[in-house]
Design a protein around this ligand. Structure first.
Ligand SMILES: C[S@@+](CC[C@H](N)C(=O)[O-])C[C@H]1O[C@@H](n2cnc3c(N)ncnc32)[C@H](O)[C@@H]1O
Length: 374
């Protein structure tokens, strides 16, 4: 028999594993192949189908569970950009979808825990920490803060704030997010037990959409603190007189450099906190969560954030919805989610020429508050 080099053997066994699962192989047959060395992480050369995708196609929950147990990659995407979870969704198969999603939650929580302990053995490319592999100004806070921003409007009058990365425009904030910001402010305001003299903290000004909405409330905030580090955004804020508005305090800098400062903490607790930054990943957001118990005024206070985590794929979005909920619960916050329909009437126009960063039809709006004791 011809000698086969190990990488070729892995490829051959991987192709065989995918093909046999697609032909409804039994669990025992799949186990024998895996035990013979067929890699569960393999993706077929023709379509990028992994064994987990194949198991989702043939709708075998027992194979899905077995493959996950053996280390199948929950977030692998095939050449059509579909995960195994997306395939389960397309069949309306809740059990398989949940099995893949829960594998994602477990893996991401574990990787998050390990990376917070600075485990250098971790390969960031295997987890979903957003934009981990993006070393452009859209994925690096330092590069973003030293890049030039452009405020403009598109043909349909949509306000835009762009950053240019490698010749491509990326929206830092775009006017189509207005309904999300409106719903956020409404759901916060409607849920506030006390609406007079509210104290608001907003992290990240962007186009100032949410700040304008806070200012337009029937009872505008008594104190409205805005944290913003980018020099071009700060210039835009000055040009639009934000520094002069009654009750508004603009704090120049990154939240990381401000929230533990004594003069910031001396401002006292906030009744409303919102955060929507740019070029930061889930790890940054999780770190922000951990400051909330010190920043919220009490059980009447509300917290929300722009949930754009994994928002180009329904499975990733779902996983991050659950992970953020679990992390908020850990620090004593309950979350209520509501759905905002963000299907635009004219889809293509929503993006102007920007890279698309939110492609789902529904935005999940978080509204969090501290648990009250029974
Ligand atoms: C998406 S925009 C915010 C949009 C805003 N919610 C609105 O309604 O227009 C993000 C903003 O966060 C700012 N930002 C980025 N990193 C930040 C950080 N570490 N701390 C505070 N703000 C940050 C950016 O400069 C940008 O102005």
């Amino acid at each position: 028999m011809e000698d086969i080099e190990p990488p070729e053997l892995a490829t051959q066994l991987g192709e065989q594993l995918v093909a046999e699962i697609l032909q409804n192989a039994s669990l025992d047959a799949v186990k024998s192949l895996v035990e013979a060395g067929a890699p569960v992480w393999y993706q077929s050369g023709a379509e990028g189908t992994s064994p987990l995708h194949a198991a989702a196609y043939v709708r075998s929950l027992e194979l899905v569970k077995y493959l996950i147990d053996k280390g199948a990659v929950w977030n692998a995407v095939d050449f059509m950009q579909n995960t195994a979870g997306d395939i389960a969704l397309s069949f309306n198969d809740a059990e398989i979808y949940t099995a893949v999603r829960d594998a994602g939650i477990r893996t991401e929580l574990l990787l998050g825990l390990l990376s917070s302990r600075d485990d250098s053995s971790l390969d960031p490319s295997t987890n979903l920490i957003l934009r981990a592999s993006d070393d452009t100004a859209a994925g690096s806070s330092e590069d973003f803060l030293s890049s030039k921003l452009r405020y403009t409007k598109d043909e349909s009058g949509q306000d835009l704030c762009f950053i240019e990365v490698d010749g491509e425009d990326i929206g830092v904030m775009m006017g189509w997010e207005m309904p999300i910001m409106k719903e956020t402010v409404h759901s916060i305001y409607d849920s506030l037990p006390e609406r007079d003299n509210i104290r608001v903290l907003n992290v990240g000004f962007g186009l100032g959409i949410i700040d304008r909405l806070f200012q337009a409330l029937p009872t505008p905030p008594a104190l409205h603190v805005i944290i913003e580090p980018h020099p071009d955004v700060l210039r835009y804020m000055k040009d639009n007189d934000w520094h002069q508005k009654p009750g508004v305090r603009v704090l120049e800098g990154r939240w990381q450099d401000l929230v533990e400062k004594e003069d910031f903490l001396a401002l006292g607790g906030f009744d409303v906190i919102y955060t929507d930054t740019f070029s930061e990943n889930y790890r940054d957001l999780h770190q922000f969560f951990e400051h909330l118990p010190d920043l919220l005024s009490g059980s009447n206070a509300r917290f929300s954030f722009f949930h754009g985590l994994g928002a180009t794929n329904p499975l990733f979005y779902d996983v991050y919805t659950r992970i953020s909920e679990l992390h908020l619960a850990e620090i004593g916050l309950d979350v209520q989610w509501s759905d905002v329909d963000v299907r635009p009437p004219k889809y293509e126009e929503r993006w102007a020429r920007s890279r698309e960063y939110f492609t789902l039809p529904t935005y999940r709006l978080p509204l969090a508050y501290l648990h009250t004791l029974p």
